[in-house]
Ligand binder design. Structure first.
Ligand SMILES: [Fe+2]
Length: 142
């Protein structure tokens, strides 16, 4: 086997491994944008799906740790084979700065990124549940 053939075989093996781990897209049955009915009195279901955006330390290069947990007030969204958060997106003033694709059971709703917040006025995060749709949260920065 020459080097080119060996490389091809390695790439195909890696690709088939990646494909084998990807979830079945048919499990995503709800992509609707969901708004809280009464933001002053969120339900447990709303708290479970709404992103919680937290800021951490700023590193030596000026990038702040931004963590997004799904959901809020200690009510964490489950991650089972039929019900999980499959994607989280993070936006700074409307521009996507990070996203994560999550696998059922093996990973739960969490994203962490280092973001330069120097000129940023607000952070927005979307949480996408395969059964219950997309929930959004915003954090205003002073
Ligand atoms: Fe859900």
């Amino acid at each position: 086997m020459n080097r080119r053939t060996a490389l091809k075989a390695t790439l195909l093996t890696a690709l088939s491994t990646i494909m084998a781990q990807a979830y079945d897209k048919k499990l995503i049955v709800n992509t609707a944008e969901i708004k809280m009915k009464d933001p002053a009195n969120p339900t447990k279901g709303e708290l479970k799906h709404t992103p919680e955006i937290k800021l951490g330390d700023k590193d030596a290069k000026g990038y702040t740790l931004v963590e997004v947990n799904i959901g809020q007030q200690g009510i964490i969204h489950p991650s089972t084979d039929k019900h999980w958060i499959y994607e989280i997106e993070l936006f700074a003033d409307g521009h996507k700065v990070s996203s994560v694709s999550l696998e059922p059971e093996t990973s739960r709703g969490y994203l962490a990124a280092r973001v330069n917040l120097e000129q940023v006025k607000e952070l927005t995060a979307n949480s996408k549940c395969n059964l219950h749709g997309m929930y959004t949260a915003m954090l205003k920065l002073s």
